[in-house]
Design a protein around this ligand. Structure first.
Ligand code: 6PG
Length: 631
């Protein structure tokens, strides 16, 4: 007969011992004892007064708990929640029994502090956390679990590992097993979350995708794969939590309309696709009428991010967000303070809006690197030499995911040839850059670099016309001499302007629509996991706490002043040599315009009034007037 075991959930106050204990008790039908309930009144009074318990105070308490477990073990398994911070404490609990298994719930100080701050009606004051952390002697032989995971994932892990039992239903479902869906599934499972996966069945095109996928990896031995909605939905714990990783647009619409009739009140759908934010907004309202929650979550990081940690931008009702937050946090990248790069963005479609702006910045950054590459090429450098030059820029706080991607690309060779030289030079796009450009244009927010990056891609796609026109307008380029330090400064300058415009766009929309976007928090979740993560993004986190207008920050202003002359020099050189540099040129043009107090728009207003009687505002006046020009 297998022997009974006692699971002792340990860790400092606030790690969730009681929550996990109760959930584990429910899932396994095992009695649960909360150590807090066994404290003497003098111990409780001490803690409530903010006084740390001495070892003496703890001994009687631990001995009583040891007795409680011993009695319970006679009847079967049991669970105990108890801080058991010191080795000596654990020794008391283990007295007379080797049936005790410690589960150490581990978390960062920040996260625990946050949780304690949210705890209502508990006698343990948050101020005692420091003394508990000081007392803690991390266990050597315990089963250690990170509390960044959801309670259900933790329960599932304990059930599987210590009790050798499986909860029959999966914690979440994931639909859409393209590259991203497959990577996300592995990420969830690696974090201890049980997943059921679904993929459609398309004869001759997508057959047995889900079943084959779960069988292809040992990691997925407990994951179930489905190609029919009913069994897939039935395999999930309630409320059902379904994550969609499906191509935005018609495919997502189809799945959502099918789910709408199968899901029940309280169920939650998380759309991880690059859906247009207004569509998300409409769908949230539509589903709300049925009591079904929809979360629109922008996700960035490509396949590697999905696999190892992405940057996630979820929005919808706060209530629904809270229900899926632990799952999103578990698959998110971690920032430099080990906090998840996922945060509640706001109501409605704001998550997808923020992802759209992320992509606008992504387009501009990619175009900037392409222009730097073009100039360096014109200066006679080969791709490897350009890669070396870009690598040397990293030390100047210019390191970024896209810089590294570019370096890797430029270093890639097939035999003696660089792969880059074999790639057709007409760019494509999937839509987010166009949406961002439409949005900024419609809202009259001149984030022109995003628009120009899109136009540069569109111009590139007219390959035949470009070839034809170059014949008509010979465009012979001499090898130019480029000052590398200037090129680096031009890159730095333009990068700052791109980010200024991106956050400006977010801020203007936030103000106009009362979204209360937290720009610093958005920058924080963009520091890891996503395509636009960079050293510079890291510097923006504290700056955006103070101002949304990063050009007003004094340290940014200093960097702008130092780099603007080089940007101008490089653009002049590009113009003289007929090298198209949409982003570099626009950055300096935009900067000159936005930092000019007196513009020439007075003439525009006069012209409008001249031919269309559109009126103008006279300096110092409060009402507009029409002038009888030329009469
Ligand atoms: C990301 C990317 C991703 C995007 C691709 C393709 O953050 O992981 O933004 O979501 O779909 O980069 O976008 P384009 O085809 O429009 O370049």
């Amino acid at each position: 007969m297998p022997k009974n075991i006692a699971i002792v959930l340990m860790g400092v106050a606030g790690v969730g011992k009681t929550t996990i204990g109760l959930a584990l008790s429910k899932a396994g039908g095992i009695p649960f004892f909360d150590g807090d309930d066994y404290h003497s009144s003098s111990n409780r009074d001490k803690m409530a007064a903010g006084i740390a318990l001495s070892d003496e105070d703890r001994t009687a308490w631990l001995l009583e708990l040891q007795g409680v477990m011993e009695t319970a073990l006679l009847k079967g398994n049991c669970i105990l929640a108890c801080s058991a911070l010191k080795k000596a404490h654990r020794a008391i609990l283990e007295k007379n029994s080797n049936a005790i298994h410690f589960v150490y719930l581990e978390g960062s100080k920040n996260l625990i502090e946050q949780r304690l701050a949210n705890r209502i009606g508990h006698y343990f004051p948050a101020s005692l956390l420091a003394s508990q952390l000081e007392t803690l002697e991390p266990p050597e032989n315990a089963f250690t679990v990170s509390i960044t995971q959801s309670p259900s994932a933790i329960v599932e892990m304990i059930m599987k590992t210590l009790l050798n039992k499986k909860t029959s239903k999966a914690a979440i479902g994931l639909m859409g097993l393209g590259v991203m869906g497959k990577a996300l599934t592995q990420n969830f499972v690696r974090n201890g979350i049980s997943v059921s996966v679904y993929n459609r069945e398309l004869k001759g095109v997508e057959e047995l995708v889900a079943k084959n996928f779960v069988q292809s990896l040992p990691l997925l031995k407990d994951t179930q794969g489905f190609c029919d909605y009913t069994s897939f939905i039935d395999s999930l714990q309630s409320p059902k939590k379904i994550f969609l990783m499906i191509e935005a647009g018609a495919a997502t619409e189809k799945v959502l309309s099918e789910l709408a009739v199968l899901l029940n009140k309280g169920d939650i759908i998380v759309d991880l696709g690059n859906t247009f934010y207004k569509e998300t907004e409409t769908r949230i309202h539509h589903f709300a009428k049925k009591g079904i929650h929809l979360i629109g979550a922008g996700i960035s990081g490509g396949e590697l991010g999905a696999l190892n940690g992405a940057s996630i931008m979820p929005s919808g009702t706060k209530e629904a967000y809270e229900l899926v937050a632990p799952y999103l946090n578990s698959i998110a990248a971690k920032d430099k303070n080990n906090q998840a790069c996922s945060t509640y963005i706001g109501e409605g479609g704001t998550g997808h809006f923020v992802k759209m702006v992320h992509n606008g910045i992504e387009y501009a950054e990619m175009q900037l690197l392409a222009e730097i590459y073009g100039l360096a090429r014109a200066a006679g450098k080969n791709p490897t030499e350009i890669a070396d030059m870009l690598s040397s820029w990293k030390q100047d706080k210019l390191d970024s995911f896209l810089l590294n991607t570019t370096i890797d690309i430029l270093n890639t060779k097939e035999g003696n040839d660089w792969l880059i030289d074999k790639i057709h030079d007409a760019s494509e796009s999937k839509g987010t850059g166009t949406w961002a450009t439409n949005a900024l244009t419609n809202a009259a927010i001149p984030a022109s670099l995003i628009a120009n990056a899109l136009y540069a891609r569109q111009i590139s796609s007219y390959k035949n016309l470009r070839v034809q026109l170059e014949k008509n307008y010979p465009n012979k380029k001499e090898v130019i001499t480029i000052n590398e330090a200037s090129l680096k400064n031009a890159y730095h300058f333009t990068k700052m302007i791109i980010h200024f415009q991106g956050f400006w766009l977010l801020d203007e929309f936030s103000k106009n629509h009362h979204w209360s976007l937290d720009l610093s928090e958005i920058a924080r979740i963009w520091t890891r996991g996503c395509i636009i993560q960079s050293d510079f993004m890291e510097t923006l986190v504290p700056i955006l706490k103070i101002t949304p207008t990063i050009l007003l920050d004094t340290s940014i202003a200093d960097q702008i002043k130092t780099s603007a002359p080089a940007a101008t020099e490089i653009v002049i050189q590009a113009l003289e040599n007929k090298i198209a540099t949409a982003i570099l040129s626009d950055a300096i043009q935009f900067f000159n315009a936005i930092s000019t107090a007196h513009s020439t728009a007075n003439l525009i207003q006069a012209q409008r009034d001249f031919f269309g009687a559109h009126t103008f505002l006279r300096i110092g006046a409060t009402a507009k007037e029409h002038y009888a020009w030329g009469s």
